[in-house]
Design a protein around this ligand. Structure first.
Ligand code: NCD
Length: 306
């Protein structure tokens, strides 16, 4: 099928200018609500096959704030479970009048497959270990709010890079914007192959900390890792937990990011969350505004085709 509608499947569905536009507009929306309903009467369906607190709530609120007709339902009860193909479900949803589908699924590539058969906009709210573009947008918006620029910023992404769709989308977006990215973690969660993508890899967290502007801590994605390959908690915390001693060597101007959900006592301690440099709440807050801006760009930007 020839698709005429634009989708946001990963961060590189957008140009650098569009990423900057979304971030600029999200900052405007944060200051004052849009003066008109940007998506008045546009039916938006939230289809979350996987658990979500932040992302699902944030999308729903963003959709309401741009005036969309919001439909949310538990896909456990959808006909995909009765053997209907994605293509047929897509056809049905379009015929009902759905214009935008926000989808989360534990299979990498699910959003792309849906977009191939849905004649509307698809926004990927996380697919397997592949991508989570609106999370990357909100992380970038948080960095921009802090530093007023991207070019030359030094960011360390730490932990389970291998299974993290958040890390993948951030790596793509940060490279597009000229951010200097260092990946930090043990070989089991950060294979050497990541270096081939033109990224720095570091095994020694303490060596990286003194020279970053931001550190992004990641949850170990237990649900995606065979039990036998899970690192021992004691070893992991020694090498990669952000705790009080490490906070002392993090520069005073640097910030701590975490996409959530965080596991206290694993990738970070209470000290890291309570530290004035933690921007977790700002990230969550910014998520609503970047999603408003992304919805507006996809649905209302003239002539834009992915
Ligand atoms: C992440 C996700 O689901 O990809 N959370 C989020 O959307 N903020 C990260 C995670 O599950 O660890």
């Amino acid at each position: 099928m020839h698709r005429s509608k634009r989708s946001l499947l990963d961060i590189d569905s957008l140009t650098r200018e569009e990423i900057e536009l979304i971030i600029r507009r999200s900052a405007e929306f944060r200051e004052s609500a849009p003066s008109r309903s940007l998506l008045a009467g546009v039916p938006v369906l939230n289809l979350f096959f996987e658990a979500s607190t932040r992302t699902a709530t944030s999308f729903t609120l963003a959709e309401q704030r741009v005036g969309a007709d919001v439909i949310s339902f538990a896909p456990g009860t959808s006909s995909l479970g009765k053997g209907e193909t994605i293509a047929d479900t897509a056809l049905t949803l379009r015929a009902i009048g759905v214009c935008v589908i926000v989808v989360r699924h534990n299979e990498s590539g699910f959003a792309t497959r849906l977009a191939e058969s849905f004649d509307g906009h698809v926004i990927n709210a996380g697919d397997g270990t592949h991508a989570h573009p609106t999370q990357a947008l909100l992380d970038l918006a948080t960095l921009h709010a802090e530093f007023g620029r991207f070019e030359g910023l030094r960011v360390a992404i730490v932990g389970d890079i291998l299974h993290s769709r958040v890390a993948r989308s951030n790596i793509v977006g940060m490279k597009m914007l000229g951010i200097d990215v260092t990946l930090v973690g043990p070989p089991t969660l950060l294979p050497d192959a990541f270096a081939a993508k033109g990224l720095h890899i570091e095994r020694d967290f303490d060596a990286v900390l003194p020279r970053v502007d931001a550190v992004m801590m990641l949850r170990i994605q237990r649900e995606r890792i065979a039990a036998s390959l899970l690192p021992a908690l004691a070893d992991y915390t020694i090498g990669y937990q952000l705790h009080a001693q490490r906070l002392r060597i993090l520069p005073s101007h640097a910030i701590v990011l975490h996409p959530g959900p965080y596991n206290r006592g694993v990738e970070l301690t209470d000290d890291a969350l309570a530290d004035p440099r933690s921007r977790y709440e700002a990230q969550v807050h910014n998520g609503v505004y970047v999603r408003m801006a992304a919805l507006d760009l996809l649905v209302n930007a003239a002539g834009a085709v992915a």
